[in-house]
Design a protein around this ligand. Structure first.
Ligand code: GLN
Length: 544
């Protein structure tokens, strides 16, 4: 049942990739800046239980919450835009809903009844929407984003559940429908028909939009706004323009605020309205628009050609660079295409810093090892995240310790020296979904280390998603030779941070710091990496 929370449902029409997640996050921020507490929820129509087992090519990044949920990348947007609580209850797929209902059926909870989409599946969806509003006592608004596009067969049960939910909570719910206004060059006109049709499809499900946010490349003329208002039955001031951004997605909340979206939504929901300041967001956009210098970071990964596969990583780099007045140029290097005739190709050299992100499997491993070797030898800043830390340790064992056949178990299960190995409790695992070391763990940092310098404290908490670990059998040997373990699991001995002595900045972390960076609060490790890369650019230690 509903406590005091209000609910805003964000649906999408016309086509996918319009940025519903960004719009939902921006709406959450507008509430937050009025002193209201917002919570966000993503409802995904697909049948996978979570995106944890999907390829990054299919689904983009898997975003991990503190409590270890493997979720949709939109939760990353929610984190970056708001301080909404994010946990297992913030992301639900149809797969989870059906799984819960079918488990109950097997247990005998529905004995005698036929189990059906309505009411059993829709009830479970509604239960999950309420659960997001009830996760903390003082949540004022829940912003629920519905994945997919209105009209998709698989989103029908979700839309039906929302229709029922709105009926059960009259006066406490709103729908924001996000659409697209295409511009026809030949006719020199922007077209509203796809928007009208998608609103018709939405209406057929029994949901009326209260606000239509129109993505558009060009400003929407008043006549067109009036037309959308008339044909789609929304107030004139509820036809909102969301223009393609000039510098960054962080312009979106400013665009919405300038059209009084915060005030309109509060009024419609009967919430007190207080004009909110977005000064720090304006500053981010301003800084991003007027960089003083530029910086080139090379990312060596398997999924670089898929724009969403490293979403949080690109954002975290951008937050740190923008805060330091820098324009970030990314050199995206596909790790299995950077080695030719046993050597790194020329395109790899000369970046101001190198980052090897998380990843799985053996493809491109050799190129990553060679990149780490080059960064170590040429004294160029290197940031290894998760798999990138494992690469850094294996490279060191192979080329500095000269350990025979040193490798990661993931790459060569028969290697003589498994520098990276399975944890005891991972050895027996046969189920692939949700069984990694997942979620937030506390880490103790070594005093005086570069990690300590970056964080400015000795106890941190970061999020993990991996199966393998640095093998502590080799700790003494690598430390003696200059690769130090400067972060360990609190209360345990797992290696969480490694850093190279006698190098300007070569750090590996077993966790994923990119999940915890905001434009207004860049992550300290990314800031330190960008700072080191800028130093490298201004006075390279070794000329390429
Ligand atoms: N494949 C490695 C592991 O499972 C690294 C995972 C990652 O980079 N997220 O340990």
């Amino acid at each position: 049942m509903r406590n005091k929370s209000k609910f805003i449902f964000v649906t999408g029409g016309v086509c996918s990739s319009l940025g519903k997640g960004i719009t939902a996050g921006a709406v959450g921020l507008l509430f937050e800046r009025q002193g209201l507490k917002a919570a966000l929820l993503k409802l995904d129509p697909y049948l996978n239980v979570d995106p944890g087992t999907m390829s990054p090519y299919q689904h983009g990044e898997v975003y991990v919450t503190d409590d270890g949920a493997e979720t949709d990348l939109d939760l990353g947007h929610y984190y970056r835009f708001t301080h909404s609580p994010l946990s297992k209850v913030s992301s639900t797929s149809s797969g989870q809903v059906y799984d819960a209902v079918l488990r109950r059926e097997r247990r005998g909870d529905y004995l005698g009844k036929t189990v059906q989409v309505i009411p059993h599946i829709t009830d479970e969806i509604k239960r999950r929407i309420y659960a997001c509003g009830n996760q903390e006592e003082d949540i004022d608004v829940v912003v629920v984003e519905v994945g997919g596009t209105v009209g998709d067969i698989e989103s029908q049960p979700i839309l039906e559940a929302i229709r029922q939910f709105k009926n059960d909570n009259l006066g406490h719910c709103l729908n924001i429908h996000l659409t697209y206004l295409p511009y026809l060059g030949a006719a020199k006109e922007m077209k509203t028909k796809p928007t009208q049709h998608s609103v018709m499809l939405l209406r057929e499900t029994g949901i009326d939009p209260n606000m239509i946010v129109c993505r558009s490349e060009y400003e929407i003329p008043t006549e067109l706004r009036d037309k959308i208002s008339l044909f789609c039955n929304v107030d004139k001031d509820c036809v909102i323009e969301e223009l393609d951004v000039k510098t960054s997605v962080y312009e979106v909340p400013l665009q919405l605020k300038s059209q009084r979206v915060d005030e309109i939504l509060c009024k419609k929901l009967g919430l007190p309205f207080k004009p909110a300041s977005l000064k720090d967001w304006e500053d981010v956009v301003l800084l991003k628009g007027q960089p003083k210098d530029s910086l080139e970071i090379a990312i060596v990964g398997k999924y670089v050609e898929h724009g969403d596969a490293y979403k949080s990583l690109y954002e975290a780099l951008d937050h740190a660079a923008t805060a330091q007045g820098l324009r970030l140029k990314l050199r995206l290097l596909e790790s299995d295409k950077i080695v030719s005739k046993g050597k790194l190709i020329d395109e790899v050299y000369g970046a101001d810093g190198y980052l090897i992100p998380g990843g799985f499997g053996e493809r491109g491993w050799g190129g990553k090892i060679m990149t780490a070797k080059m960064a170590r030898e040429m004294q160029v800043p290197y940031f290894g995240i998760c798999l990138g830390m494992q690469v850094m340790c294996v490279e060191f064992a192979q080329n500095v310790l000269h350990l025979e056949n040193a490798n990661s178990y993931e790459i060569d299960p028969d290697c003589q020296n498994p520098i990276i190995a399975f944890m005891e409790n991972q050895k027996e695992i046969t189920n692939m979904g949700g069984t990694m070391r997942l979620g937030a763990f506390e880490c103790e940092i070594k005093k005086g280390s570069k990690a300590h310098q970056a964080y400015g404290k000795l106890n941190i908490s970061e999020r993990h998603r991996h199966r393998l670990e640095f093998n502590s059998v080799y700790r003494e040997a690598i430390e003696e030779s200059g690769l130090q373990v400067t972060g360990t699991l609190k209360g345990g001995d797992l290696c969480e941070i490694t850093e190279l002595k006698d190098h300007p900045w070569m750090i590996g972390v077993q966790f994923h710091p990119e999940f915890k960076s905001r434009p207004t609060e860049p992550h300290p490790l990314f800031s330190a990496f960008i700072e080191a890369a800028l130093k490298q650019k201004r006075s390279p230690l070794v000329k390429a």
